[in-house]
Design a binder for this molecule. Structure first.
Ligand SMILES: [Zn+2]
Ligand SMILES: [Zn+2]
Length: 179
């Protein structure tokens, strides 16, 4: 079993620590999936798991570098994510109150867990995904693409202005059916 698959019954009293480094291929593949298959992702993470009676406490931190697609100009750009997280996995099969219990503010990081093996890669993948921007931008001031001529306005001038149209012809152009 790879080190990132942790059998709950085998977590020692002192806890278990899982390290992931850039050379771990499953970790790289997982990051590549998060990045939508772009670029050469890399990064490191360490995750500590502590077994409690009805739950496993997970503390983790990660630092990853991946490539995203800019939502304005569609260019691929490098993006770094550094984060820490804390999750409580409620072991439903072992009598955790689970979904029955009322969620208080402090329990927002709780999630119900079923099964005997915790996939640390999967936990990390979810956490990194949460930290990605909903609308990635290569730069705050990215000018995007001209919707008319398709020019990438970061690197070239809009070509629309290069076609001065005689106003009379423009009227005809508008009457012509779209090809
Ligand atoms: Zn952009
Ligand atoms: Zn244009």
């Amino acid at each position: 079993m790879p080190s990132y698959h942790v059998r709950i019954d085998e977590i020692p009293k002192a806890g278990r620590e899982v390290h992931l480094a850039g050379h771990e291929s499953a970790w790289r593949e997982s990051l590549l999936e998060v990045a939508g298959g772009r670029g050469e992702p890399g990064g490191e993470a360490s995750v500590r798991l502590h077994r409690r009676r009805h739950r496993v406490e997970v503390h983790g931190r990660y630092e990853v570098a991946l490539h995203l697609e800019c939502s304005r100009c569609l260019d691929t750009f490098p993006h770094r994510v550094v984060g820490t997280f804390r999750v409580n996995l409620l072991l439903e099969s072992r009598g955790a109150p689970g979904a029955e219990a009322e969620l208080t503010e402090a329990d927002l990081d709780d999630s119900v867990f079923q099964g005997d093996v915790i996939d640390v890669l999967e936990l990390l993948r979810e956490q990194v995904l949460l930290e990605l921007p909903a609308k990635p931008l290569c730069a705050e001031e990215c000018k995007g693409i001209c919707p008319d001529c398709g020019a990438d306005l970061n690197t070239e001038a809009c070509r629309c202005g290069l076609r001065p149209v005689d106003p009379r012809l423009a009227v005809l152009a508008r009457l012509r059916p779209e090809s």
